[in-house]
Structures are given as C-alpha cells and as structure tokens.
Design a protein around this ligand. Structure first.
Ligand SMILES: CC(C)(COP(=O)(O)OP(=O)(O)OC[C@H]1O[C@@H](n2cnc3c(N)ncnc32)[C@H](O)[C@@H]1OP(=O)(O)O)[C@@H](O)C(=O)NCCC(=O)NCCS
Length: 245
C-alpha cells in the first residue's frame, strides 16, 4: 500500500507539473522571467560598456622583466588610421601561419571586427610606439554574460616576457569587476604555443561550446573545426553552462 501511495503521489506530481506547464499563467510567468533575465543581461552589458574608460585606471604601467611599458584603452570606432594599420600588420605577422589557407578570408573578417563600436582595446606602448594589444568585448554566450577576448597580439620581440600573462590577468580582473561570468576566447588548433599558454599556464579549459566538445557529445565523427573555444569561469552558473553542460 505504502508503495502504491508513493506511486500515486509521484504520478499526481507529474500530472500537476504537466498541468502547470500548460497553465497560461505559468507560461506567462516563465516568459516574464525570461524577459527579466534578458533585461538584466542588457543592463549588465550597458554598464560594462559605459565604464570602459575606467578599466585601466589602476594598471597604467607594466614594469617587469626589463620592460617599461604603459597601457592605454581604445574603442574600435575611434581608432586612428595609424592604429588600424598597425593592428592589421601585427595580425598578419602573428596569425597568417596558424590560419594557413583560411587567412585571406579571416583577414577580412578581422578587418571588419577591428573597427566595431563594440570593440574595446588595451594598447601596450613602449616609449616610442605600440608593441601589442588586446581586443575584447562584453557579450552574451549561451545566456551567460562574458568578456570575449577577440585578439591578444604581441610583437615577437615582446613575447615570452610575462606580458601576455599580465594582460590576460588584467582582462580577467576587468571581467570580474564588471560581473561577467567568464572569459571566453577562440584559438586556432594550429597555434599550439597559444593553446599551451592558455591551457597549461593560465588554467583555461576547452569549453563545452567548443566544436570538438559539441561533436563529441552528439556522437558526430569525422567532423572537425580548425579552432577551439576556451574559457575560464568565475561562478557556478557560468561553469555549469560553459564547462560542464
Ligand atoms: C600567445 C601570447 C599572447 C603569449 O604571451 P607571452 O607574453 O608571450 O607569454 P608570457 O611570457 O606571459 O608567458 C606566460 C607563461 O606561458 C609560457 N609560454 C608563453 N608562450 C609559450 C610558448 N610559446 N610555449 C610554451 N610556453 C609558453 C611562459 O613560459 C610562461 O610560463 P611561466 O608563467 O611558467 O613562466 C604571445 O606569445 C603572442 O602574442 N603570440 C602571437 C599571437 C597569438 O598567438 N595570440 C594568441 C591568439 S589566440
């Protein structure tokens, strides 16, 4: 009897849940919650973008490993033509190899992305000129507010001196200060040294939204993309969606 009772109880629970899901009031309330969440996300992004000018206020300098550099923030739609030329030149130097045959198409995409009003920059200068930059954006990935690193590019002479690590730590701080759930980025599989840098040195993970993980989950074989999506999450919700789902 007890057993039957439990079954009856659980059956009625299921029935009730079914009825609730068909209840127009419940549907309205779910829709309301979704709208509220969307509004919160939009406010979060707006606020992150409006404080963009202050992101570097506490870290204007980098004086380590014999380097004496300073940082300046920038915005895609306000770049001088000198800076645009510089960005394109450095991208070609660093990325033509890892992209291989995909480079000509990718170069065009990157040129478009470079000048977007959503593109935020950290430029690194020595006494005379720029020596590297980060291009990042605040955006939503799978319903999670994230800081997406579009580019991290250093001139060859400035690589291997701790600057990349410092810039990523700065970006992570900016993400946390602006209530983002994670830092996300895309890296070419061919770029093995960058993958090693992110996974082994900075403790990033291959995200569950990365093509390799998605194909694996779907049991798709023989399909491959040339890139991985990596992430570092800062809260349980972001972790559940971007690392564990
Ligand atoms: C990838 C890149 C941003 C890394 O920045 P960096 O300043 O050279 O790296 P750092 O000096 O901060 O290195 C941090 C750590 O990673 C290690 N590391 C960096 N590059 C490495 C490499 N190529 N192979 C192995 N380890 C590497 C360093 O030894 C260091 O380890 P430590 O903390 O134990 O000393 C930089 O090399 C670069 O601009 N590369 C070309 C562009 C590029 O590939 N960008 C990434 C696109 S997604």
């Amino acid at each position: 009897m007890a057993n039957t009772g439990r079954q009856a109880t659980s059956a009625s629970n299921i029935e009730q849940e079914t009825m609730e899901s068909e209840d127009p009031k419940a549907t309205r309330s779910t829709r309301h919650q979704i709208m509220q969440r969307k509004k919160r996300m939009e406010e979060l992004l707006r606020s992150a973008y409006s404080s963009a000018k202050d992101h570097l206020s506490h870290f204007p300098h980098y004086n380590t490993n014999g380097l004496s550099l300073f940082l300046e923030s920038g915005r895609g739609n306000k770049l001088s033509s000198d800076l645009k030329n510089y960005i394109q030149k450095l991208l070609k130097v660093n990325m033509e190899g890892p992209y291989g045959a995909e480079w000509p198409a990718e170069e065009k995409v990157k040129r478009r992305e470079m000048s977007s009003s959503e593109a935020l920059y950290i430029f690194v200068y020595n006494k005379e000129s720029v020596v590297g930059f980060v291009h990042y954006r605040f955006t939503i990935e799978e319903d999670v507010p994230v800081l997406y690193v579009y580019e991290l590019q250093l001139e060859p002479a400035y690589q291997g001196k701790g600057l990349g690590k410092f810039l990523m730590q700065l970006v992570e701080l900016i993400a946390c200060n602006n209530s983002m759930g994670a830092v996300v980025l895309t890296v070419q599989k061919q770029n093995t040294s960058a993958i090693n840098f992110y996974l082994n040195k900075l403790s990033y993970n291959i995200s569950s939204i990365s093509p390799s993980k998605v194909y694996q989950l779907m049991g798709v074989t023989g399909q491959e993309k040339s890139y991985e999506i990596l992430c570092k999450t800062f809260d349980d919700e972001a972790k559940a969606v971007l690392e564990e789902s």
